[in-house]
Design a protein around this ligand. Structure first.
Ligand SMILES: Cc1ncc(COP(=O)(O)O)c(C=O)c1O
Length: 364
C-alpha cells in the first residue's frame, strides 16, 4: 500500500471511531496545554469522596467482588427513586444504551431516533444490520414526538431513542410532549430516554422519564456518572426500566462493572441533591457568561440546557476544528445536519477565556 493510501485509511478509521471515543475524533497534533472542551466532560472531575473510594477499592481489586453488586443496585435504585429490580448498571450509560438496541431492535424492528443526535445508537444499530429511521428535531430543537410515534407505527419501531437534553443541540423535550409520546407509543415499542445531561437542566418544563418507569410504561431511562459527577474515565452509569425490560436487556451486558466504578458510584449517591445542585449552579454560571459573551458578539446559539453550547458559526465546523486545536482548544466534532455549528463544552473560567480568544481568532 502506498503511504498516501495508508494515511487515508487511518483518517477513515479515526472518523469511524468518533462517536465511541470522542478524544480520538480530534485529528492532528494537539499542543501540550490544550484545553479539552470536545467531549462534554466536567473539569471538576470526581468529587473527593469518590476519589477516596476508588483509592480504597484498589485493595479489593484482586477479587471479582460479586457480593458487592447487589449493594450497588440498591444505591443506584435509591438515587433514581425506584426499586432495585428496575436497575441495570453499565460501564457508562453507553453499555445500557447498547443493551437496549441489542434487546429491542431486530432486522424487522428498526431504531427510530431523533436527528441530529449523538450517533452511538445509530452506529450500533447499523453495525448490527438493524434499520434506522431518523426523525428531524422540531424548529425549537425538541423531539418531534408526533413524527416519532408515527414513524414507530409505520416502521414497527423496536426502539424510539431521544436524548433529554439532546447532544449536540443542548436542547430539551418538555414534559407535556414527552408525556404525549409515552401515551401514544405503539404497544411494543420501547422509548429509550437518554438522560446523560439531565442534572444540568434548570427549566421546570423538563421532567425525568423515571416517572414513566415507576408507572410500568415501556420506557428505559439511562443516567451516567460521566458528566455532572465528573467521572467519565471511571465508566459507570445505569439504566432504569420496568423489571421485564431489565430482564430482556440483562443478557446483553458485557459483564459486571469494575469494583473501582462500583465503589465510586456508591460514594457518589450519598452526596445527594445539594451536591448536584451546587455543581449545576457552578457549571451553568460559567455557561451563562459564555452565552452573554456570544450575545454581545452577535452569535446565535441554541439556548443550552446541558454542559455544552451549540453555536452557529456560519462556516464549516470541520475547517474550524483544526484551527481551534492549533490555538490549543479542542472543541466538539462535526455532527450531521449542523455542519456549520460548533459545539463547545463548559470548562473552567480560565478554559473559557482561552476558548474565547481562539474563537475570536478563528471564527470572528
Ligand atoms: C447523549 C449522550 N449519552 C450518553 C453518553 C455516554 O456517556 P457514558 O457512557 O460515559 O455514560 C454521551 C457521551 O458523551 C452522550 O453525549
Amino acid at each position: 500500500m502506498t503511504r498516501r493510501g495508508f494515511s487515508a485509511l487511518s483518517v477513515v478509521g479515526l472518523r469511524a471511531g468518533a462517536a465511541w471515543a470522542q478524544h480520538a475524533a480530534v485529528t492532528g497534533p494537539a499542543p501540550a496545554d490544550t484545553v479539552w472542551l470536545n467531549a462534554n466532560e466536567n473539569p471538576e472531575g470526581p468529587p473527593p469522596e469518590c476519589r477516596e473510594a476508588i483509592a480504597r477499592a484498589i485493595a479489593e481489586a484482586g477479587r471479582y467482588n460479586h457480593r458487592v453488586f447487589p449493594v450497588l443496585h440498591e444505591a443506584l435504585a435509591k438515587l433514581a427513586g425506584v426499586d432495585s429490580a428496575l436497575i441495570i448498571p453499565g460501564a457508562g450509560s453507553t453499555e445500557v444504551l447498547h443493551c437496549a438496541v441489542d434487546a429491542f431492535t431486530t432486522a424487522a424492528r428498526p431504531l427510530i431516533t431523533v436527528w441530529p443526535t449523538w450517533e452511538m445508537t445509530r452506529d450500533l444499530a447499523a453495525a448490527a444490520g438493524r434499520p434506522v429511521v431518523k426523525v428531524p428535531l422540531t424548529a425549537q430543537w425538541s423531539a418531534d414526538v408526533e413524527r416519532l410515534a408515527d414513524a414507530a407505527r409505520k416502521a414497527r419501531g423496536g426502539v424510539i431513542h431521544l436524548g433529554n437534553p439532546n447532544n449536540p443541540t443542548s436542547s430539551v423535550t418538555p414534559r407535556a410532549e414527552l408525556q404525549w409520546l409515552v401515551e401514544n407509543l405503539p404497544a411494543d415499542t420501547v422509548l429509550l430516554i437518554d438522560e446523560a445531561y439531565i442534572q444540568f437542566v434548570d427549566s421546570p418544563a423538563v421532567e425525568s422519564g423515571v416517572r414513566y418507569v415507576r408507572e410500568g410504561r415501556n420506557v428505559v431511562v439511562t443516567r451516567t456518572f460521566s458528566k455532572l459527577y465528573g467521572m467519565a474515565g471511571v465508566r459507570v452509569g445505569f439504566g432504569c426500566a420496568p423489571a421485564a425490560l431489565v430482564k430482556q436487556m440483562q443478557p446483553f451486558r458485557n459483564n459486571v462493572i469494575s469494583i473501582l466504578g462500583a465503589r465510586a458510584a456508591m460514594a457518589a449517591v450519598p452526596l445527594g441533591d445539594a451536591f448536584v445542585s451546587a455543581r449545576r449552579t457552578r457549571r451553568n454560571h460559567i455557561r451563562a457568561a459564555l452565552c452573554q459573551w456570544l450575545d454581545q458578539r452577535g452569535f446565535h446559539y441554541i439556548p443550552p440546557n446541558a454542559n455544552f453550547v451549540l453555536i452557529e458559526i456560519g462556516r464549516e465546523v470541520s475547517e474550524a476544528i483544526p484551527r481551534m486545536l492549533a490555538e490549543g482548544v479542542a472543541v466538539g466534532r462535526r455532527f450531521d445536519g449542523v455542519e456549520r455549528w460548533m459545539r463547545v463544552a463548559v470548562g473552567t473560567e480560565q478554559e473559557m477565556e482561552k476558548f474565547q480568544a481562539a474563537f475570536r481568532k478563528v471564527v470572528g
